[in-house]
Design a binder for this molecule. Structure first.
Ligand code: ADP
Ligand code: MG
Length: 277
């Protein structure tokens, strides 16, 4: 078998910059320059404080936000707009309230005009994998926050995309549910082998889930650290008790703090409120 390092990257982000035009005509540079490559099957986290441009970078990879400069390619083709080889999960599950869990999972199938009967079994199987067998007919209001986010994960996977983009998917959940979701996600990926870009401001979450963690920071931001996670898979929560895990988290934390210190007085009030857990 070809070692993963020898494969061409599935996601290539090359010298990407993003400047938003503010309402009063001013420019907000959200991403100064980002270059990264994600190999097939890799789980890569973008870690950094709020406001450092993580969501912006993810939305550009998804083709939902145009780049100001640079280029992005997925599966060898340039990203010019939304595409069907990705699935996206946001912080809020954003389910359709009047549709059942099963119908919400099938929603992308309908949007993409794929044959619904061919995907019903897959949708049920995904719901079973995330522990939602028996909840297929429930409406979102009848489900807990964690359950709704599980439905959103199934919805992102139903059309079998190669790439899963996740933007702080568990940060609105309580700590216990969040830990359960991290384990559930790891189990799903052991079965479905997707390539994942996962945005988070939680150091522990990034270290637990990822093959590689990219730290974003500075102002305007760039990728300041690219670090392999040395933990074997499958992972269970006891790895968080190890000295190696603590050391990795410490390295990640120091890198974020260094970026803060370097940005120094030029950081605005928003940065003062930045959150990293
Ligand atoms: P993060 O996801 O790391 O919290 P974002 O990508 O949301 O960061 O935001 C990065 C910067 O870009 C912030 O200063 C934010 O205020 C600004 N920004 C994000 N989206 C927009 C937008 N649509 N228009 C103008 N500025 C934006
Ligand atoms: Mg964000």
């Amino acid at each position: 078998m070809t070692p993963p390092a020898a494969l061409p990257p599935l996601v290539s982000v090359d010298g990407v910059q993003k400047t938003y035009l503010g309402r009063q005509g001013g420019a907000i540079q959200a991403v100064a320059s980002a270059t990264l490559a994600v190999r097939k099957g890799e789980f890569v986290s973008l870690l950094g404080p709020s406001g450092c441009g993580k969501s912006t970078l993810l939305m550009m990879v998804a083709g939902l936000e145009p780049v100001t400069a640079g280029s992005i390619a997925l599966n060898g083709t340039p990203v010019t707009g939304p595409r069907r080889d990705i699935g996206i999960i946001f912080q809020d599950a954003t389910l359709l309230p009047w549709k059942s869990a099963l119908e919400n999972v099938l929603f992308p199938v309908r949007i993409l005009k794929l044959p619904v009967d061919k995907y019903i079994d897959r949708a049920r199987e995904l719901l079973r994998m995330v522990g939602l067998s028996g909840f297929e007919t429930k409406k979102p209001a009848e489900l807990s926050g964690g359950m709704r986010q599980r439905v959103a994960i199934c919805r992102a996977l139903v059309h079998d995309p190669d790439i899963l983009l996740m933007d702080e998917p568990f940060s609105a959940l309580d700590a216990i549910t969040r830990d359960q979701m991290n384990v559930a996600l790891s189990e799903i990926l052991e079965t479905y082998h997707k390539t994942v870009i996962f945005v988070t401001h939680s150091i522990r979450e990034a270290a637990f889930l990822s093959d590689r963690v990219l730290v974003m920071g500075g102002r305007p931001s760039t990728i300041i650290l690219d670090m392999e996670m040395p933990f074997a898979r499958p992972r269970r929560f006891d790895i968080e008790e190890t000295a190696e895990f603590t050391a990795v988290c410490r390295t990640l934390r120091l890198s974020i703090e260094d970026a803060h210190a370097d940005a120094g007085a030029s950081r605005g009030p928003r940065a003062a409120g930045s959150r990293v857990e």
